[in-house]
Design a protein around this ligand. Structure first.
Ligand code: IFM
Length: 424
Protein backbone atom coordinates (compact mmCIF):
# COMPACT_ATOMS: atom_id res chain seq x y z
CA UNK A 1 0.00 0.00 0.00
CA UNK A 2 1.41 3.41 -0.90
CA UNK A 3 1.97 6.07 1.78
CA UNK A 4 -0.57 8.93 1.90
CA UNK A 5 0.78 12.07 0.22
CA UNK A 6 2.74 14.53 2.35
CA UNK A 7 1.26 17.96 3.10
CA UNK A 8 4.74 19.46 3.51
CA UNK A 9 7.78 18.43 1.44
CA UNK A 10 10.76 16.63 2.95
CA UNK A 11 12.82 19.82 2.70
CA UNK A 12 10.29 21.88 4.71
CA UNK A 13 11.61 22.88 8.16
CA UNK A 14 9.54 22.88 11.32
CA UNK A 15 10.89 24.95 14.17
CA UNK A 16 10.08 27.21 17.08
CA UNK A 17 10.99 30.81 17.84
CA UNK A 18 11.92 32.99 20.81
CA UNK A 19 13.53 36.41 21.28
CA UNK A 20 16.41 37.17 23.64
CA UNK A 21 14.72 39.69 25.92
CA UNK A 22 11.61 37.57 26.27
CA UNK A 23 13.38 34.44 27.48
CA UNK A 24 16.98 35.02 28.54
CA UNK A 25 16.56 37.06 31.71
CA UNK A 26 18.95 39.46 33.45
CA UNK A 27 19.14 41.98 30.59
CA UNK A 28 19.38 45.74 31.17
CA UNK A 29 18.18 47.76 28.18
CA UNK A 30 15.58 50.31 27.06
CA UNK A 31 12.74 47.90 27.92
CA UNK A 32 14.04 47.48 31.47
CA UNK A 33 13.66 51.25 31.87
CA UNK A 34 10.20 51.05 30.30
CA UNK A 35 9.21 48.46 32.90
CA UNK A 36 10.65 50.57 35.73
CA UNK A 37 8.49 53.45 34.51
CA UNK A 38 5.52 51.16 35.20
CA UNK A 39 4.53 50.58 31.59
CA UNK A 40 4.21 46.77 31.73
CA UNK A 41 2.07 44.46 33.85
CA UNK A 42 5.13 42.80 35.37
CA UNK A 43 8.86 43.34 34.95
CA UNK A 44 10.80 40.86 32.85
CA UNK A 45 13.49 40.16 35.47
CA UNK A 46 14.94 36.70 34.99
CA UNK A 47 12.29 35.95 32.30
CA UNK A 48 12.55 32.14 31.98
CA UNK A 49 16.33 32.06 32.50
CA UNK A 50 17.11 30.75 29.04
CA UNK A 51 20.55 32.41 29.29
CA UNK A 52 21.52 29.72 31.79
CA UNK A 53 19.18 26.92 30.73
CA UNK A 54 19.72 26.93 26.97
CA UNK A 55 21.13 23.37 26.89
CA UNK A 56 17.99 22.04 28.56
CA UNK A 57 15.80 24.16 26.25
CA UNK A 58 17.56 22.96 23.10
CA UNK A 59 16.91 19.38 24.25
CA UNK A 60 13.21 20.35 24.32
CA UNK A 61 13.41 21.37 20.66
CA UNK A 62 14.84 17.96 19.82
CA UNK A 63 12.19 16.23 21.95
CA UNK A 64 9.51 18.04 19.94
CA UNK A 65 11.03 16.77 16.68
CA UNK A 66 11.87 20.30 15.53
CA UNK A 67 14.75 20.90 13.15
CA UNK A 68 15.13 24.68 13.43
CA UNK A 69 15.21 27.41 16.07
CA UNK A 70 14.72 31.14 15.62
CA UNK A 71 16.48 33.13 18.34
CA UNK A 72 17.64 36.70 18.68
CA UNK A 73 20.87 38.25 19.88
CA UNK A 74 20.50 40.96 22.51
CA UNK A 75 22.15 44.18 21.32
CA UNK A 76 22.45 45.57 24.88
CA UNK A 77 24.46 42.53 25.97
CA UNK A 78 26.72 42.58 22.91
CA UNK A 79 27.41 46.35 22.88
CA UNK A 80 26.72 47.69 26.39
CA UNK A 81 28.49 50.97 25.54
CA UNK A 82 28.78 52.50 22.08
CA UNK A 83 31.63 50.79 20.25
CA UNK A 84 32.52 48.43 23.14
CA UNK A 85 31.65 44.86 22.24
CA UNK A 86 31.57 42.12 24.84
CA UNK A 87 33.56 39.13 23.58
CA UNK A 88 32.36 36.85 26.39
CA UNK A 89 28.75 37.48 25.36
CA UNK A 90 29.52 36.79 21.71
CA UNK A 91 31.31 33.59 22.76
CA UNK A 92 28.22 32.52 24.70
CA UNK A 93 25.98 33.04 21.67
CA UNK A 94 28.48 31.10 19.57
CA UNK A 95 28.40 28.25 22.11
CA UNK A 96 24.60 28.29 21.88
CA UNK A 97 24.71 27.96 18.10
CA UNK A 98 27.20 25.13 18.42
CA UNK A 99 24.80 23.48 20.86
CA UNK A 100 22.06 23.69 18.23
CA UNK A 101 24.35 22.35 15.55
CA UNK A 102 25.36 19.37 17.77
CA UNK A 103 21.67 18.53 17.98
CA UNK A 104 21.20 18.84 14.21
CA UNK A 105 19.05 21.97 14.63
CA UNK A 106 19.38 24.87 12.17
CA UNK A 107 19.50 28.44 13.48
CA UNK A 108 17.73 31.57 12.28
CA UNK A 109 19.31 34.55 14.05
CA UNK A 110 17.41 37.83 14.48
CA UNK A 111 19.44 40.98 15.12
CA UNK A 112 16.74 43.49 16.10
CA UNK A 113 13.73 42.29 18.06
CA UNK A 114 12.28 45.51 19.58
CA UNK A 115 15.01 46.15 22.20
CA UNK A 116 18.05 48.50 22.25
CA UNK A 117 20.99 49.26 24.47
CA UNK A 118 20.22 52.13 26.84
CA UNK A 119 22.52 54.53 24.97
CA UNK A 120 20.86 54.01 21.60
CA UNK A 121 17.86 56.38 21.69
CA UNK A 122 19.98 59.28 23.03
CA UNK A 123 23.08 58.81 20.87
CA UNK A 124 21.85 57.41 17.57
CA UNK A 125 18.01 57.35 17.50
CA UNK A 126 16.27 55.78 14.51
CA UNK A 127 15.11 59.23 13.42
CA UNK A 128 18.74 60.17 12.64
CA UNK A 129 21.10 58.87 9.97
CA UNK A 130 23.69 57.65 12.52
CA UNK A 131 21.33 54.85 13.53
CA UNK A 132 22.08 53.04 10.30
CA UNK A 133 25.82 52.73 10.90
CA UNK A 134 25.26 51.93 14.59
CA UNK A 135 23.09 48.96 13.66
CA UNK A 136 25.46 47.91 10.87
CA UNK A 137 28.46 47.93 13.24
CA UNK A 138 26.59 45.73 15.73
CA UNK A 139 25.43 43.41 12.95
CA UNK A 140 28.96 43.12 11.55
CA UNK A 141 30.36 42.10 14.96
CA UNK A 142 27.66 39.50 15.47
CA UNK A 143 28.03 38.08 11.97
CA UNK A 144 31.81 37.80 12.40
CA UNK A 145 31.37 36.04 15.73
CA UNK A 146 28.66 33.61 14.60
CA UNK A 147 29.62 32.98 10.98
CA UNK A 148 29.39 29.43 9.75
CA UNK A 149 26.74 28.53 12.33
CA UNK A 150 23.71 30.43 11.02
CA UNK A 151 21.32 29.09 8.38
CA UNK A 152 19.28 32.30 8.02
CA UNK A 153 19.95 35.86 9.17
CA UNK A 154 16.95 37.97 10.03
CA UNK A 155 17.92 41.63 10.38
CA UNK A 156 14.65 43.05 11.72
CA UNK A 157 11.71 41.58 13.57
CA UNK A 158 8.34 43.21 12.86
CA UNK A 159 9.64 46.67 11.95
CA UNK A 160 6.10 48.01 11.45
CA UNK A 161 5.02 46.84 14.93
CA UNK A 162 8.08 48.52 16.41
CA UNK A 163 7.50 51.73 14.43
CA UNK A 164 3.82 51.99 15.35
CA UNK A 165 4.45 51.05 18.98
CA UNK A 166 7.51 53.27 19.38
CA UNK A 167 6.63 56.35 17.30
CA UNK A 168 2.82 56.48 16.93
CA UNK A 169 1.15 54.81 19.91
CA UNK A 170 3.90 55.39 22.53
CA UNK A 171 3.54 51.80 23.67
CA UNK A 172 7.18 50.83 23.51
CA UNK A 173 10.50 52.66 23.75
CA UNK A 174 11.24 55.35 22.64
CA UNK A 175 7.57 56.01 23.55
CA UNK A 176 6.71 58.78 21.09
CA UNK A 177 3.61 60.03 19.28
CA UNK A 178 5.25 61.66 16.30
CA UNK A 179 4.21 60.88 12.73
CA UNK A 180 7.16 62.70 11.25
CA UNK A 181 9.50 60.69 13.49
CA UNK A 182 7.64 57.54 12.46
CA UNK A 183 8.34 58.20 8.77
CA UNK A 184 12.01 59.09 9.36
CA UNK A 185 12.58 56.06 11.58
CA UNK A 186 10.86 53.82 9.00
CA UNK A 187 13.23 54.98 6.25
CA UNK A 188 16.27 54.52 8.49
CA UNK A 189 15.19 51.04 9.53
CA UNK A 190 14.98 50.09 5.86
CA UNK A 191 18.50 51.53 5.34
CA UNK A 192 19.68 49.71 8.46
CA UNK A 193 18.47 46.44 6.96
CA UNK A 194 20.50 47.16 3.82
CA UNK A 195 23.64 48.12 5.73
CA UNK A 196 23.35 45.07 7.99
CA UNK A 197 22.81 42.84 4.97
CA UNK A 198 25.99 44.15 3.36
CA UNK A 199 27.93 43.53 6.58
CA UNK A 200 26.53 40.00 6.93
CA UNK A 201 27.30 39.17 3.32
CA UNK A 202 30.93 40.13 3.84
CA UNK A 203 31.27 38.25 7.12
CA UNK A 204 29.15 35.20 6.35
CA UNK A 205 28.75 34.91 2.57
CA UNK A 206 26.07 32.78 1.00
CA UNK A 207 23.65 32.77 3.95
CA UNK A 208 20.17 34.15 3.14
CA UNK A 209 19.27 37.45 4.80
CA UNK A 210 15.65 38.47 5.36
CA UNK A 211 13.29 40.00 7.89
CA UNK A 212 10.37 38.74 9.98
CA UNK A 213 7.31 40.80 9.11
CA UNK A 214 4.13 40.90 11.18
CA UNK A 215 0.99 40.61 9.07
CA UNK A 216 -2.64 40.97 10.15
CA UNK A 217 -5.94 40.34 8.47
CA UNK A 218 -7.61 43.77 8.24
CA UNK A 219 -11.36 44.37 7.81
CA UNK A 220 -13.64 47.42 8.15
CA UNK A 221 -15.36 47.78 11.52
CA UNK A 222 -18.64 48.75 9.84
CA UNK A 223 -18.65 47.13 6.42
CA UNK A 224 -21.52 49.43 5.29
CA UNK A 225 -19.43 52.53 5.98
CA UNK A 226 -17.46 53.77 2.95
CA UNK A 227 -15.18 55.64 5.37
CA UNK A 228 -14.34 52.49 7.35
CA UNK A 229 -13.79 50.58 4.14
CA UNK A 230 -11.36 53.21 2.86
CA UNK A 231 -9.52 53.40 6.15
CA UNK A 232 -9.19 49.65 6.42
CA UNK A 233 -7.77 49.54 2.88
CA UNK A 234 -5.10 52.08 3.80
CA UNK A 235 -4.42 50.37 7.15
CA UNK A 236 -3.95 47.07 5.34
CA UNK A 237 -1.52 48.61 2.87
CA UNK A 238 0.47 50.41 5.56
CA UNK A 239 0.62 47.50 7.99
CA UNK A 240 1.01 44.56 5.63
CA UNK A 241 2.72 45.93 2.56
CA UNK A 242 4.75 49.09 3.24
CA UNK A 243 7.76 47.17 4.58
CA UNK A 244 7.99 44.22 2.14
CA UNK A 245 7.28 46.57 -0.78
CA UNK A 246 10.12 48.87 0.33
CA UNK A 247 12.64 46.04 0.58
CA UNK A 248 11.54 44.15 -2.53
CA UNK A 249 10.46 46.93 -4.90
CA UNK A 250 12.55 49.77 -3.44
CA UNK A 251 9.90 52.38 -2.57
CA UNK A 252 8.75 53.15 0.96
CA UNK A 253 5.13 54.32 0.80
CA UNK A 254 3.40 55.29 4.05
CA UNK A 255 -0.13 56.59 3.67
CA UNK A 256 -3.16 57.21 5.88
CA UNK A 257 -5.82 59.69 4.71
CA UNK A 258 -5.48 63.13 6.37
CA UNK A 259 -2.69 61.89 8.64
CA UNK A 260 0.27 60.73 6.63
CA UNK A 261 1.51 60.71 3.07
CA UNK A 262 5.18 59.85 2.38
CA UNK A 263 6.85 58.26 -0.59
CA UNK A 264 10.56 57.70 -0.70
CA UNK A 265 12.81 55.63 -2.89
CA UNK A 266 15.28 53.82 -0.65
CA UNK A 267 18.54 53.55 -2.58
CA UNK A 268 19.66 49.96 -2.99
CA UNK A 269 16.55 48.49 -1.35
CA UNK A 270 15.11 46.90 -4.45
CA UNK A 271 15.62 43.12 -4.29
CA UNK A 272 17.16 43.25 -0.83
CA UNK A 273 15.29 40.33 0.73
CA UNK A 274 16.57 36.79 0.20
CA UNK A 275 13.46 35.63 2.01
CA UNK A 276 10.43 37.20 3.62
CA UNK A 277 9.49 35.93 7.07
CA UNK A 278 5.75 36.15 7.71
CA UNK A 279 4.44 36.36 11.28
CA UNK A 280 0.69 35.82 11.49
CA UNK A 281 -1.61 35.71 14.51
CA UNK A 282 -4.98 37.35 13.90
CA UNK A 283 -7.27 39.79 12.11
CA UNK A 284 -8.19 43.28 13.22
CA UNK A 285 -11.25 45.42 12.42
CA UNK A 286 -10.50 49.07 11.72
CA UNK A 287 -12.79 52.10 11.52
CA UNK A 288 -12.90 55.88 11.72
CA UNK A 289 -13.12 57.58 15.10
CA UNK A 290 -14.09 61.15 15.91
CA UNK A 291 -11.11 62.75 17.63
CA UNK A 292 -7.47 61.68 18.00
CA UNK A 293 -6.13 59.13 17.15
CA UNK A 294 -8.93 59.14 14.49
CA UNK A 295 -8.74 55.38 14.10
CA UNK A 296 -10.44 52.71 16.11
CA UNK A 297 -9.27 49.10 16.14
CA UNK A 298 -10.99 46.07 17.59
CA UNK A 299 -10.76 42.27 17.52
CA UNK A 300 -14.14 40.75 16.71
CA UNK A 301 -14.99 37.06 17.15
CA UNK A 302 -16.82 36.86 13.83
CA UNK A 303 -16.81 33.07 13.43
CA UNK A 304 -17.38 32.47 17.16
CA UNK A 305 -14.25 30.38 17.55
CA UNK A 306 -13.50 32.18 20.81
CA UNK A 307 -10.90 34.93 21.18
CA UNK A 308 -7.44 33.99 22.43
CA UNK A 309 -6.33 34.81 25.99
CA UNK A 310 -5.06 38.16 24.65
CA UNK A 311 -8.46 38.85 23.10
CA UNK A 312 -7.28 38.26 19.52
CA UNK A 313 -9.54 36.80 16.84
CA UNK A 314 -8.68 33.31 15.49
CA UNK A 315 -8.89 33.83 11.76
CA UNK A 316 -6.90 31.31 9.69
CA UNK A 317 -8.65 32.48 6.49
CA UNK A 318 -6.80 35.80 6.84
CA UNK A 319 -3.53 33.86 6.87
CA UNK A 320 -4.44 32.27 3.54
CA UNK A 321 -5.30 35.63 1.98
CA UNK A 322 -2.04 37.18 3.16
CA UNK A 323 0.01 34.24 1.90
CA UNK A 324 -1.51 34.77 -1.53
CA UNK A 325 -0.43 38.43 -1.41
CA UNK A 326 3.05 37.69 -0.07
CA UNK A 327 3.53 35.02 -2.72
CA UNK A 328 3.19 37.76 -5.34
CA UNK A 329 6.45 39.38 -4.14
CA UNK A 330 8.26 36.43 -5.67
CA UNK A 331 10.73 35.71 -2.86
CA UNK A 332 10.91 32.54 -0.73
CA UNK A 333 8.71 32.74 2.35
CA UNK A 334 9.11 31.37 5.86
CA UNK A 335 6.46 31.52 8.54
CA UNK A 336 8.65 33.04 11.21
CA UNK A 337 5.91 33.20 13.90
CA UNK A 338 2.44 31.80 14.44
CA UNK A 339 0.71 30.78 17.65
CA UNK A 340 -1.69 31.93 20.35
CA UNK A 341 -1.86 32.83 24.02
CA UNK A 342 -3.58 29.84 25.60
CA UNK A 343 -3.42 29.33 29.36
CA UNK A 344 -5.27 26.03 29.22
CA UNK A 345 -2.98 24.51 26.58
CA UNK A 346 -6.09 22.87 25.15
CA UNK A 347 -6.70 25.16 22.18
CA UNK A 348 -3.20 25.29 20.73
CA UNK A 349 -3.24 22.12 18.62
CA UNK A 350 -6.54 23.02 16.92
CA UNK A 351 -5.28 26.56 16.25
CA UNK A 352 -2.09 25.19 14.70
CA UNK A 353 -3.97 22.61 12.71
CA UNK A 354 -6.23 25.29 11.19
CA UNK A 355 -3.28 27.50 10.27
CA UNK A 356 -1.08 24.68 8.96
CA UNK A 357 -3.97 23.48 6.84
CA UNK A 358 -4.27 26.93 5.26
CA UNK A 359 -0.52 26.94 4.78
CA UNK A 360 -0.48 23.55 3.04
CA UNK A 361 -3.27 24.74 0.73
CA UNK A 362 -1.34 27.91 -0.12
CA UNK A 363 1.75 25.83 -0.88
CA UNK A 364 -0.24 23.53 -3.15
CA UNK A 365 -1.38 26.73 -4.88
CA UNK A 366 2.23 27.72 -5.55
CA UNK A 367 3.32 29.69 -2.47
CA UNK A 368 7.05 29.04 -2.03
CA UNK A 369 7.00 28.58 1.74
CA UNK A 370 10.06 26.77 3.08
CA UNK A 371 9.49 26.52 6.80
CA UNK A 372 7.29 27.17 9.82
CA UNK A 373 8.46 28.45 13.22
CA UNK A 374 5.97 28.24 16.06
CA UNK A 375 5.82 31.16 18.48
CA UNK A 376 6.98 30.20 20.95
CA UNK A 377 9.16 27.35 22.18
CA UNK A 378 8.54 28.45 25.78
CA UNK A 379 6.16 30.65 27.71
CA UNK A 380 7.91 33.99 28.03
CA UNK A 381 7.76 37.73 28.73
CA UNK A 382 5.02 39.18 26.53
CA UNK A 383 6.06 42.86 26.46
CA UNK A 384 3.28 45.11 27.84
CA UNK A 385 1.47 42.06 29.21
CA UNK A 386 4.51 40.90 31.19
CA UNK A 387 5.03 37.33 32.39
CA UNK A 388 1.47 36.14 31.93
CA UNK A 389 0.16 35.10 28.51
CA UNK A 390 1.21 31.58 27.57
CA UNK A 391 2.46 31.18 24.01
CA UNK A 392 4.78 28.23 24.74
CA UNK A 393 4.83 24.74 23.28
CA UNK A 394 6.36 24.13 26.69
CA UNK A 395 4.65 25.61 29.72
CA UNK A 396 6.99 27.34 32.14
CA UNK A 397 6.16 27.65 35.81
CA UNK A 398 7.23 31.27 36.36
CA UNK A 399 8.06 30.52 40.02
CA UNK A 400 10.10 27.32 39.76
CA UNK A 401 10.99 27.75 36.05
CA UNK A 402 10.14 24.08 35.46
CA UNK A 403 9.30 23.32 31.83
CA UNK A 404 6.42 20.97 30.97
CA UNK A 405 5.31 19.84 27.52
CA UNK A 406 1.83 21.00 26.46
CA UNK A 407 -0.29 18.42 24.59
CA UNK A 408 0.70 20.14 21.32
CA UNK A 409 4.30 18.88 21.53
CA UNK A 410 3.44 15.26 20.72
CA UNK A 411 1.03 16.28 17.97
CA UNK A 412 3.40 18.75 16.30
CA UNK A 413 6.22 16.22 16.50
CA UNK A 414 4.16 13.78 14.44
CA UNK A 415 3.41 16.47 11.86
CA UNK A 416 7.08 17.50 11.68
CA UNK A 417 8.30 13.93 11.37
CA UNK A 418 5.78 12.73 8.79
CA UNK A 419 5.16 15.97 6.89
CA UNK A 420 1.47 15.11 7.15
CA UNK A 421 -1.24 17.02 8.95
CA UNK A 422 -3.28 14.85 11.27
CA UNK A 423 -6.32 16.20 13.10
CA UNK A 424 -5.39 16.80 16.75
O1 IFM B 1 5.78 38.05 21.64
C1 IFM B 1 5.61 38.63 20.41
C2 IFM B 1 6.89 38.65 19.62
O2 IFM B 1 7.92 39.29 20.31
C3 IFM B 1 6.72 39.34 18.28
N1 IFM B 1 5.57 38.83 17.59
C4 IFM B 1 4.33 38.66 18.29
C5 IFM B 1 4.57 37.90 19.57
C6 IFM B 1 3.24 37.72 20.34
O3 IFM B 1 2.71 38.96 20.66
Amino acid sequence: MSEPARDFPQSFVFGAATAAYQVEGGIENDWTDWERAGKTRTPCGRAVDHWNRWEEDFDLLGAAGLGAYRLSVEWARVEPEPGRFDDAVLARYRAMLEGLSRRGIKAMVTLHHFTHPRWFHQRTPWTGAASVEAFAAFSRKVAEALRGRVSWWCTLNEPMVFLLGGYVAAQMPPGLKDLDGFAKAAANLMRAHLAARRAIREADPGVPVGIAHNSLGVAPLRSVSPLDRTISRFAHDLYNHAVPRALIEGELRLQMPLLLRRKEVIDGARGSLDFLGVNYYSRIHVGAKLGAPWLETRYVDVARRGLTDLGWECHPEGFGALLEQMKAYGVPLYITENGLADESGERRSAFLYDHLKVLATAMRGGADVRGYFHWSLLDNFEWLEGLGPRFGLYRVDFQTLARTATPTVAWLKRVAQTGRLATP
